[in-house]
Design a protein around this ligand. Structure first.
Ligand SMILES: [Fe+2]
Length: 282
């Protein structure tokens, strides 16, 4: 940790204790975590085939069920996602906060099953999915719910003869990400979207033929103060924290602020977020 980061964190912790002790504490704990921002982004590229014009992708991330986020809240989220009428649904990791302490149940599977996208539902592992011996149970849960795992692998999303590549990496903290392996199916003309739980992998991913990287993990910082910004973000989300980043001429990164919370049950100037991406052929 460098000196600037240390000072920012120390100041941030102090301000959190002082600033979140009154009405703002109530707001950060009880109100903002239940709000939702729907961020709409257009993705335009000459490599996107005409057949995918107006193709709608919804990404949700970091629900951290079991830690101040329950199935009743998740059920409402599922309805909101379905009401957006996505063609494709993507989950970018950290479904439950602590897999070994979570009360696993059919309702969770049913809700994941209820998510509806005609062209498929895909997911990648986050660090909390592998953590707490969650690897197998998360795999089974998503498998039953008709989600396809992208773990250093890819699926070709097809419309007639046209297609693009949707790839996904294993988690960087507790798994073994392999970018080359995830792109093995790709050909030179393929528009390519890569799911990677940790956003800071962008600095490595930019050396590969990837157009769009979709990440989560940062929670946007969860608590953001005016003039200071985020107070704390986890490892591998220290550089790219929230929103859109142009990483190179080719690669654009979008970091989703997630749905739930972890470590501390607060959100402040950092609402839960769904991303809606609409593809356009140029
Ligand atoms: Fe994470």
């Amino acid at each position: 940790m460098n000196r600037r980061t240390f000072l920012k964190r120390s100041l941030g912790s102090l301000l959190t204790l002082l600033g979140l002790s009154g009405g703002s504490y109530f707001y950060a704990r009880e109100i903002e975590p239940s709000l939702l921002t729907i961020t709409e982004e257009s993705i335009t590229s000459s490599q996107i085939p005409n057949a995918f014009n107006q193709f709608k992708i919804v990404q949700f991330s970091d629900t951290h069920l079991g830690f101040h986020y329950n199935l009743e809240q998740f059920e409402k989220l599922v309805s909101k996602i379905n009401n957006l009428e996505p063609d494709l649904i993507l989950f970018t990791g950290d479904l439950v906060d602590e897999p070994n302490n979570y009360h696993w149940n059919n309702k969770l599977i049913q809700l994941l099953q209820k998510l509806n996208a005609p062209e498929g539902k895909f997911w990648i592992y986050g660090n909390h999915d592998h953590g707490g011996y969650g690897t197998d149970i998360l795999y089974e849960t998503f498998e039953i719910a008709d989600f396809t795992l992208l773990q250093n692998s890819a699926s070709r999303i097809q419309r007639g003869d046209a297609s693009f590549i949707l790839a996904g990496l294993d988690d960087a903290m507790l798994g073994n990400p392999n970018i080359s392996q995830s792109l093995e199916e790709r050909t030179d003309s393929d528009f390519t979207i890569l799911l990677a739980h940790e956003p800071d992998l962008a600095d490595t991913i930019k050396d590969y033929p990837v157009d769009i990287q979709l990440s989560g993990h940062s929670h946007g910082g969860q608590v953001r103060l005016p003039f200071i910004g985020d107070l704390y973000t986890p490892a591998y989300a220290e550089k790219y924290v929230q929103g859109k980043y142009t990483i190179s001429d080719k690669l654009t990164l979008y970091v989703n602020s997630g749905i739930g919370t972890t470590r501390l049950p607060y959100r402040f100037f950092c609402r839960p977020e769904l991303h809606v991406f609409t593809l356009h052929s140029s």
